[in-house]
Design a protein around this ligand. Structure first.
Ligand code: NAD
Length: 292
């Protein structure tokens, strides 16, 4: 069934996701701060809007994919935002990675207007978005999840309802903890292997086939071998996510000894001017520690 979808936030992730929804036969109207991304969506058969109000006016489903909590608050709750402009009964799906508390706040504000929400953050990176193989972790009502599932199935291959409003974000925070620690582990191994004079591509290939293998190793080894750090996933955004998981874990008294160290290393990467690089550039921090 073709749905009328408004898609707000056509960045590294949002643009290919919106295009995949167009290709699946949905009527997608996009809005983004940079016009070039709207033009790219229109070139693929989507529709462009001039404001959030314009994008959502006839939408049955609104999807938001913006950087962080303040953007979600502005886009959904703010003046001229989604809640001011959608009809009661609309389903608003925020796929950004934000704090569980903000997802819960958005859900409460929406419910007061008869609007339904899901928090549905994703994992899989730009490649996962382009290839439509994202992992999507969804918080919210079971009926709303069932309604949205066909849309999620267009965007990803692992789609799981993990609990009530905010639960998707809690799972995403755990995802970001695992990914950051994993990238740091690979980066430390890379510097160690290079210092030891071992052929790096060969070493990483054999490591990828054993217990040290991981999606991070498979997806990020080329970035590290070639020192190609165009994002991908920006260190600035991973810094935001380490803040989310640190706060969320503290609230439930879950210890994060490794996570705390890696959060500091991510912060240090930003302080060294690497914030706009891909998170595989954590390697540059290990190189600095190695005196390179
Ligand atoms: P991005 O910075 O490339 O894109 C964000 C987009 O939001 C921009 O194009 C911007 O114009 C738009 N935007 C911001 N405020 C807006 C507003 N008020 N109205 C309309 N558009 C607005 O970021 P991204 O990498 O696509 O990430 C988006 C979200 O997805 C983040 O929460 C991020 O943590 C998460 N995420 C990213 C990746 C990744 O690999 N890049 C992977 C998984 C999850």
């Amino acid at each position: 069934m073709s749905r009328k979808i408004a898609f707000i936030g056509l960045g590294i992730m949002g643009k290919p996701m919106a295009i995949n929804l167009v290709k699946a036969g949905h009527h997608v109207t996009g809005f983004n701060l940079e016009q070039s991304a709207i033009d790219a969506l229109v070139a693929e058969g989507g529709h462009g809007a001039t404001s959030i109000a314009d994008a959502v006016k006839d939408a049955e489903v609104v999807i938001t994919m913006v950087p962080a909590d303040p953007h979600v608050e502005q886009v959904i709750l703010g003046e001229g935002g989604v809640l001011e402009n959608v009809a009661a009964g609309t389903l608003v799906i925020d796929m950004s990675s934000i704090t569980p508390q903000t997802s819960i706040k958005v859900d409460a504000a929406a419910k007061a207007k008869g609007v339904r929400t899901l928090d549905a953050p994703v994992s899989g990176g730009e490649a996962g978005a382009v290839e439509a193989v994202l992992s999507i972790m969804v918080g919210g009502g079971a009926d709303d999840f069932a309604e949205a599932k066909p849309l999620f199935d267009v965007l990803g291959t692992t789609v799981i309802h993990v609990g009530p409003a905010g639960a998707g974000q809690t799972v995403k925070a755990a995802n970001q903890l695992i990914v950051a620690i994993n990238i740091e582990a690979v980066a430390e191994a890379v510097v160690f292997l290079e210092n030891a004079g071992v052929d790096l591509p060969a070493a990483l290939d054999v490591l990828a086939g054993g217990l040290a293998g991981s999606t991070v190793l498979n997806r990020k080894k080329a970035n590290m071998i070639d020192r190609q750090f165009a994002p991908g996933f920006r260190i600035d955004l991973h810094h935001k996510d380490m803040g989310i998981v640190t706060t969320a874990a503290r609230a439930v008294e879950a210890p994060l000894p490794l996570g705390s160290v890696v959060a500091q290393l991510v912060a240090s990467a930003r302080a060294n001017g690497d914030g706009s690089l891909d998170h595989s550039a954590l390697l540059r921090g290990v190189e600095r520690l190695a005196g390179r």
